[in-house]
Design a protein around this ligand. Sequence first.
Ligand code: PLP
Length: 350
Amino acid sequence: MNLTPDLPEQFASDNYSGICPEALDYMLKANYGSAPAYGDDYWTQRAADQFRELFQTDCEVFFVFNGTAANSLALAALCQSYHSVVCHETAHIETDECGAPEFASNGSKLLLGKGENGKLTPAAIETIVQKRTDIHYPKPKVISLTQATELGTLYTIDELLAIRAIADRYQLRIHMDGARFANAVAAMNVTPAELTWKCGVDVLCFCGTKNGMAVGEAIIFFDKALAEDFAYRCKQAGQLASKMRFISAPWVGLLETGAWLHNADHANQCAAYLEQKLLQIPGVQILFPREANAVFVKLPEAVIAALRAKNWLFYNFIGNEGVRFMCSWATTPARIDELVQDLEQTMCNS
Ligand SMILES: *Cc1c(COP(=O)(O)O)cnc(C)c1O
């Protein structure tokens, strides 16, 4: 493990990146004098208003520290303990949150569905929902979708509308894990409204950390009734920041300057560039359609080991297949070229 303080840029995850200039600039702007604590401050009000403007609707907005809390608390708000949540088998809430959604909801079970490229299908959802309707099985209440997905793919507007139709048929709510929501908006050239409440999304967890902030997630309830008492839930879970202005001011920086979209677009374009370079190397197989800021490749074990020996850090457990290279706001083409060069060399030698 390379633990130097000046580790060169990596492709393990977008949360390996630093703080983008706009987020940092606004954090410094907020570092003036005193401000009311627990979110009753100027910056938090302004950030919430910016979200209402961005989504072109009167939504309820909450700020928490991280994605695990955002997802878990949002799902808990939609479920009773005897309810269940339908999600893809590769969903972060299932594979990477240590049971936090079940913990926060006092036991709402996750029901796992399959589907190509990390996406749930209406048919898969319907099969799960229809499987049991008796009192002995937890009642399905929510569909959780990740946009962009854990495998770097995107739900199209048509796919989201088809899932909403199923949700309406069975009276299910829709939660969206937007760890890479900005990347999806940038890639699809749609408005945030079109990708959420206009497709029937009830609550969105919009990630700031992976978009360029130091820390912070926004939880956005489009159905305001679902947000009743949600502030208490956040507080009880230890997710109410007392100096909230330092989470909300960077959000203002991202939203006001447009950096949120620019950062995401940059990350997507870097991934496209990386994919195009990788496709030119014989023996490298791209695993899923590259639609946002991740590229998944199948590589021989020896090549993986050789890349690690050259101090490249990356994950190869996501989706249980292949290696994931993730680009961020901070990714540089020069570093992509270095990665590709090392990969090419090790492929030739193996
Ligand atoms: C990163 C990520 C999250 C949030 O993770 P935290 O580490 O808890 O902030 C949620 N969902 C997905 C799909 C992610 O990639």
